[in-house]
Design a binder for this molecule. Structure first.
Ligand SMILES: [Zn+2]
Length: 209
């Protein structure tokens, strides 16, 4: 069985393309044959400079994020908003989907996504309100869940086309998260794995349909 990790901060083995490694431009190499998402984290917002502009164009950077707003941490909400918008503009220019980190900021995040008319969005590490999760799934927004989200929400087979699994900064392996999700949701692990593979390949543009 193949395991896909939609968002991790742990550097994958060289040549491994089953993870989206969330990294800042300095950590991104086009030679390592990894898949990256170009991160500008709201906890440490950085002005979008040439390094960001360049890294956003790489073929092995299919996704921009995590980016977003976090009003529970980080002491500069005004800078967070500016940087978030700069990153959204960059993603639009490259035609790449964005992965969102949002804590206590769903309203403003949604406003910015609307303002830039964003077509493809992933909410990562979601562990908020059940009603919000249901709303995202109805709108066909991909929501990626880590250990907390998997334990918190009851996901059905019908939800799977809009669900991803991620280890984020948890030291446990992705295999453990698949096992937990299969058991908690009562979905055979093979069925879960097939859906995750589909979603991952679609998101990263490795397969278009
Ligand atoms: Zn993360």
């Amino acid at each position: 069985m193949e395991y896909f990790d939609f968002h991790t901060h742990k550097r994958p083995e060289p040549g491994s393309r089953n993870q989206l490694f969330s990294a800042e431009p300095e950590a991104i190499a086009t030679t390592a044959e990894l898949l990256y998402s170009l991160e500008n984290h709201p906890w440490r917002p950085r002005r979008v400079d040439d390094r960001y502009q360049q890294a956003a164009t790489y073929e092995n950077v299919p996704l921009i994020g995590e980016i977003g707003l976090d009003f529970s941490r980080g002491d500069n909400p005004a800078l967070q908003k500016e940087v978030f918008q700069e990153m959204l503009r960059l993603a639009r220019r490259e035609g790449k989907p964005v992965m969102i980190h949002s804590v206590g900021a769903t309203g403003p995040v949604e406003d910015f996504l609307r303002k830039y008319d964003f077509p493809c969005v992933v909410y990562h590490g979601f562990a908020g309100k059940e009603s919000r999760l249901r709303e995202f799934l109805r709108r066909k927004i991909l929501v990626t869940l880590g250990f907390r989200g998997v334990a918190k929400f009851q996901v059905t087979a019908a939800d799977l086309p809009h669900i991803g699994l991620e280890t984020d900064d948890d030291p446990r392996p992705i295999e453990a998260l698949y096992a937990l999700a299969a058991q908690r949701w009562g979905i055979p692990e093979a069925e879960l794995a097939a859906a995750m593979k589909d979603n991952f390949l679609r998101l990263t543009g490795l397969r278009r349909d």
